[in-house]
Write a new protein. Structure first.
Length: 99
């Protein structure tokens, strides 16, 4: 797999979940539309390289989509245990489809 921001090839276990919008709250952290694989260098040591990340996403999805994501990033999202269990189940199913 390759890093979304620099293109470096890496083994999938080395990849980080890079986020296009900084923040550690649920509206950003668990939004799969703004998460891409990143190498540790770009994600940790270069601060996520948001300028490259955002530019690429805007080219892919459009400015209107990006502006909506930025606006939604400020929302308070409270997840229940059931929500987390549904996410886990969904990702387990996706993993099985890949195997």
């Amino acid at each position: 797999m390759s890093c979304y921001t620099c293109g470096k090839l890496m083994f999938w276990k080395e990849a980080h979940a890079g986020h296009a919008i900084p923040g550690r709250h649920n509206a950003v952290l668990l939004d799969p539309e703004i998460v891409r694989p990143q190498c540790p260098r770009d994600n940790l040591f270069l601060g996520g390289r948001y300028e490259i990340f955002a530019t690429k996403l805007i080219k892919e999805k459009g400015m209107e989509w990006w502006e909506a994501k930025l606006e939604g990033a400020r929302a308070i999202v409270k997840l229940t245990r059931g929500d987390y269990e549904a996410l886990i189940s969904s990702y387990k199913q996706k993993l099985e489809e890949l195997a």
